[in-house]
Design a protein around this ligand. Structure first.
Ligand code: IPE
Ligand code: IPE
Ligand code: MG
Length: 278
């Protein structure tokens, strides 16, 4: 928290908001569905590509802020397996921007001690993108701070299918296919995000109330936060507001509050309630 506050102007709205957060209750892992670039551009009579370009700055801000807040992992949804359905020119713009980001941002990732990773069907990417991506991942691999997962050619269902197939392959190679059984731990350990905490907070911009095939397994108990703000307008205040909202949530994981209030003397306890006999 201190690392972030030092970079903010004392008394500014960002500083006030950051100071109001409890540093002990920040999410370990934040997932972001960066949505609304096209509508942002449309509302300004600009081509969709301009929206994607304007979406680079909020990526930089989000990455840097999470690093300064000591968040363990940040997963950004950059390109889904379904996004290939878009016009070829738009898809090409997105890949061009990714290469630009990788080339330009490695120094920034190094300065902020960030480890870059990529999740998704990476073997389907072009060799140029793959080379750039592998280089950036290798350069930042020795860092020890925030893990930045870029979800590229990512689908939550494909991730689960890939995990199951890896489990089967490993069992076959070990000659243990006949008595193969999977459980939640073994499946989780074969996901692209194996070893990282599950997202505590999932942010989606642009007001859409859907998951769009993002981290399906891992978000089982994530707190969902949807803002109307389009991704290119997502600034530090918007991110801090999401964290503030997260800290107001009562996470029960199917249980009850941490310190349950004892029933009042006149409140019926379960034994005293007559239950239906059928
Ligand atoms: C998110 O913005 C970027 C990607 C999906 C790659 P969109 O391009 O989906 O923007 P809208 O939803 O059309 O406004
Ligand atoms: C989700 O956004 C994918 C990314 C942000 C990369 P979409 O814009 O593709 O999702 P839908 O089509 O509105 O569900
Ligand atoms: Mg969209």
């Amino acid at each position: 928290m201190q690392a972030l506050l030092q970079t903010l102007k004392p008394g500014s709205p960002e500083w006030v908001l950051a100071r109001s957060l409890d540093p002990a209750r920040l999410p370990s892992h934040i997932g972001v569905i960066m949505d609304g670039n096209g509508r942002w551009a449309n509302s300004r009579s600009l081509p969709r590509a301009a929206g994607h370009k304007a979406g680079v700055e909020p990526v930089r801000m989000t990455v840097e802020t999470c690093a300064r807040l000591n968040v363990h992992s940040l997963t950004l949804y950059a390109f889904s397996v379904e996004n290939w359905k878009r016009p070829r020119t738009e898809v090409e713009t997105l890949w061009r921007l990714l290469r630009y980001y990788l080339r330009k941002e490695v120094a920034h990732l190094m300065q902020n001690n960030i480890r870059l990773r990529a999740i998704g069907r990476l073997d389907e990417l072009s060799s140029e993108i793959r080379k750039e991506l592998d280089a950036a991942i290798a350069t930042t691999a020795g860092n020890s701070g925030l893990i930045l997962n870029l979800a590229i050619n990512y689908g939550g269902r494909t991730e689960i299918v890939d995990a199951v197939n890896r489990i089967i392959d490993e069992a076959r190679r070990a000659g243990r296919l006949d008595d193969l059984k999977v459980d939640e731990d073994s499946l989780g350990n074969h996901l692209y995000t194996a070893g990282q905490p599950e997202p505590d907070l999932l942010i989606r911009t642009s007001g859409e109330m859907r998951i769009s095939n993002f981290l399906l397994w891992q978000i089982a108990y994530a707190e969902l936060y949807v803002t109307e703000t389009y991704w290119p307008d997502f600034n530090r205040i918007a991110l801090l507001e999401a964290l503030k909202a997260y800290q107001k949530r009562d996470r029960r994981f199917g249980g009850i509050r941490q310190a349950p209030v004892p029933p009042a003397a006149d409140e019926p306890v379960l034994e005293a309630v007559s239950l239906p006999t059928r």
